[in-house]
Design a protein around this ligand. Structure first.
Ligand SMILES: Cc1cc2nc3c(=O)[nH]c(=O)nc-3n(C[C@H](O)[C@H](O)[C@H](O)COP(=O)(O)OP(=O)(O)OC[C@H]3O[C@@H](n4cnc5c(N)ncnc54)[C@H](O)[C@@H]3O)c2cc1C
Length: 338
């Protein structure tokens, strides 16, 4: 069940060449519980891995890495209007979204083509094109590592925020998500086509009436045109979160920087496009050693070939420093740096 000194290069989308002291794959809940029990006896540190698309390894992992392969999608409940669909944590996220689209279950179509696993999606409340999983999330089950028992978390329990949940805060590294249930519409879908280029893309697809299929396809087309494919160039999507500032600060920034891009939020806050800030500091397309800032999207840091995690971190630190100096804003990484 265990492999020693396991190469993780193909298990993280940055393609960083690091090793795990121990590696195990869990294909079912019993195996996962057995691994957690064995590990407790060994007093090893533990990292749970999905698709490795939101992780940056900066060194070898001196502990146990568990690859979550729990598979399966099933209906747990339904009524006239909604279906409660449970997906096990190892299901690839995009496949799950397309399963929903093909079964005419509405709510996740704007989240097509996000890499990674279902189990990791609640970690940072994944979001794109005006939708976040918190909008359709019903509940999850997770294994508490210290007691090896299953617990259920409701939407409120997860304390979702922008790229945030309780599992990145108080409960960090304490639970392994085993399944997630979404409450999806069976008809009267709430199509969200107002965000970004979706509407324009739908017109290009000659789809005047939105439906689940053409919205997912529009999102796929837009993402393919903008974001580097990790199979071709190592990356973990947006490296930084978009910073949120009080409206008063945003207004001051607007007087100094007329092109600044911001989106009004609740509570008198504005979310600023981090990509624009980074671009203004001259990093778009920049290279530092084997690390780079993507030429089409400054928010995405890339492995140009053979980069170490430390090189990527160095570039990210340079960016944080430059943005701080120019705008007085401190960027926070979205990627989990290990
Ligand atoms: C090209 C590209 C585009 C992206 N676009 C987006 C986007 O639009 N929106 C967005 O929100 N994100 C985006 N991401 C980031 C990433 O795809 C998501 O965060 C995804 O949910 C990560 O899933 P994963 O399985 O790869 O997680 P991993 O990278 O394997 O893990 C991420 C974190 O979650 C933990 N974790 C993983 N699985 C579990 C589990 N079962 N239980 C408990 N903890 C777990 C890990 O320990 C780690 O801390 C993008 C990434 C790439 C490469």
């Amino acid at each position: 069940m265990y492999t020693q000194n396991f190469n993780l290069k193909n298990y993280n989308t940055f393609g960083i060449n690091v090793f795990a002291a121990q590696f195990a794959q869990a294909n079912n809940l019993n195996t996962l519980q057995q691994i957690v029990a064995d590990n407790k006896n060994q007093n090893n540190k533990l990292l749970i891995l999905g698709g490795g698309s939101n992780i940056l390894f900066t060194q070898n992992y001196n502990g146990l890495v568990i690859k979550n392969n729990l598979l399966g999608i099933n209906i747990v409940q339904q009524d006239a209007d909604f279906v409660y669909l449970q997906a096990h944590a190892g299901e690839p996220w995009h496949n799950f979204v397309m399963y929903c689209v093909s079964h005419a279950y509405g709510g996740l179509e704007n989240l097509a083509l996000i890499p990674g696993s279902v189990g990791a999606a609640p970690m940072q409340n994944i979001g794109a094109y005006g939708t976040e999983i918190k909008d359709t999330f019903y509940q999850l089950t997770a294994l508490e590592i210290s007691t090896n028992t299953l617990h259920t978390f409701s939407n409120t329990d997860c304390q979702f925020g922008y790229r945030q949940s309780i599992f990145k805060q108080q409960l960090k590294n304490k639970f392994i998500v085993t399944s997630v249930t979404f409450k999806l519409t069976k008809h009267n879908h709430n199509y969200n086509t107002s965000y970004g280029a979706i509407y324009t893309e739908l017109q290009q697809l000659k789809s005047t009436t939105p439906n689940l299929q053409n919205i997912a396809q529009a999102v796929i087309n837009i993402r393919n045109s903008k974001l580097p494919n990790p199979a071709q160039i190592g990356n973990a999507g947006s490296f930084f979160k978009n910073p949120t500032v009080p409206n008063s600060i945003y207004q001051q920034l607007q007087t100094q920087f007329s092109g600044i891009v911001g989106y009004a939020q609740n509570n008198n806050q504005t979310k600023i496009a981090a990509g624009w800030l980074i671009e203004q500091c001259g990093f778009k397309g920049a290279q530092k050693g084997n690390a780079g800032c993507h030429a089409k999207q400054a928010l995405v840091l890339v492995n140009l070939g053979g980069a170490t995690g430390a090189e990527i971190v160095q570039l990210s630190n340079n960016i944080i420093h430059a943005v701080q100096q120019k705008f007085g804003i401190t960027l926070e990484p979205e990627v989990n740096i290990i």
